[in-house]
Design a protein around this ligand. Structure first.
Ligand code: ATP
Ligand code: MG
Length: 252
C-alpha cells in the first residue's frame, strides 16, 4: 500500500516540550475498517499523539496525511471537515445543553451552516432527522432532551460518541472512552462501538487490557514516546519488550 492510498498515514512524527522529547519518530497507518488499540504506560505519549494527529498540537517534525493530502499544518476544524475526528480523555460536553442540541450543533458545524437560534429545529428537517437517526443508533433516543449533568457517566461518553459521529468521521480517535465509566456501564459503550460503521477507521486508547485486546485487531504499543511494538493482539500479548515495559521484568 502506498502512502497516498492509506486513509491516515503518519510518518516520522516528533514532538518536544522544551527539553522533553515526548513523541519520537512515530509512524502509523490506518485504513478503512481498522480497529486499532493504542496502549502504553501513563505518560507514554498516547494523548499527545492524538493531539498531534488531530491538530491540537503542532509536531516538531514529521507529517500527517489524510487520504493522500498533507494535513500536518491544517487547523483542527479543517481536519474535522475532512473526516478526522476525536473524542477527549476528559469529557468536553456542554453540561447543561440537551443531548439533542449538542448533536444538532455538531451537524451544523460539519456542514458549515450557521444555525439561526431564533428558528426552531423544525426549520432544519434534515438536521433533525439525522440527529434522530444518530441518537436511535446509539440507543440515546430516550435521553435526547436530557442534559449531560443528569446522565450516568457511561451515557455521557455515549453522547460524546454521538457528537463525534455527527461529524461524519472517516477516522475516529477515542482517547480513553471508558475513563471514569464504572464497570457496570462499560458494556453499553463497548456495544455502541460495535455498531459503528464497519468502514470507519477506529483507534482507541485504553488501559484495560482485556477490553482493548478484545476490541482491536491491531495493537500499537507506545513507550517513552516511541512505537515499541505493533501487531495482532495475540502477538502483542507475548511480546517480550511489551511485557518488560509493563511489568518491568526481563521477560525474554
Ligand atoms: N503541553 C505539555 N507541556 C509539557 N509537557 C507535556 C504536555 N503535554 C504532555 N506533556 C508530557 O508529555 C508526556 C506524555 O503525556 P501524554 O498525556 O501524551 O501521556 P499519555 O500516554 O496519554 O498518558 P495517560 O495514560 O496518563 O493519559 C508526559 O510526560 C506529559 O507530562
Ligand atoms: Mg492520555
Amino acid at each position: 500500500m502506498t502512502a497516498a492510498r492509506a486513509l491516515l498515514q503518519i510518518e516520522g512524527l516528533n514532538k518536544s516540550f522544551g527539553g522533553l522529547h515526548v513523541t519520537r519518530g512515530v509512524a502509523l497507518t490506518l485504513n478503512p475498517g481498522d480497529r486499532v488499540g493504542l496502549i502504553g504506560p501513563n505518560g507514554a505519549g498516547k494523548s499527545t499523539l492524538v493531539n498531534l494527529i488531530t491538530g491540537v498540537l503542532a509536531p516538531s517534525s514529521g507529517s500527517v496525511h489524510l487520504e493522500g493530502t498533507n494535513v500536518t499544518t491544517m487547523s483542527q476544524a479543517a481536519r474535522v471537515k475532512r473526516g478526522l475526528v476525536r473524542t477527549f480523555q476528559i469529557t468536553q460536553l456542554a453540561p447543561t445543553l440537551s443531548v439533542r442540541s449538542q448533536v444538532e450543533l455538531a451537524i451544523h458545524e460539519r456542514d458549515g451552516s450557521v444555525r439561526n437560534q431564533w428558528r426552531s429545529v423544525d426549520a432544519y428537517p434534515a438536521v433533525r432527522d439525522e440527529t434522530q437517526q444518530i441518537l436511535r443508533h446509539l440507543h440515546l433516543s430516550e435521553l435526547a432532551d436530557r442534559r449531560p449533568v443528569d446522565l450516568a457517566y457511561g451515557q455521557q461518553r455515549l453522547v460524546e460518541i454521538a457528537i463525534a459521529m455527527a461529524l461524519s468521521p472517516k477516522v475516529l480517535l477515542l482517547d480513553e472512552p471508558m475513563a471514569g465509566v464504572p464497570s457496570g456501564e462499560r458494556d453499553i459503550v463497548l456495544k455502541a462501538l460495535d455498531t459503528l460503521p464497519p468502514t470507519l477507521a477506529l483507534l482507541m486508547i485504553e488501559h484495560d487490557m482485556d477490553l482493548i485486546f478484545s476490541f482491536a485487531d491491531r495493537i500499537v504499543v507506545l513507550a517513552e514516546g516511541a512505537v515499541l511494538a505493533e501487531g495482532p493482539p495475540a502477538e502483542i500479548r507475548r511480546h517480550p519488550a511489551v511485557l518488560q515495559a509493563y511489568l518491568g521484568t526481563e521477560a525474554v
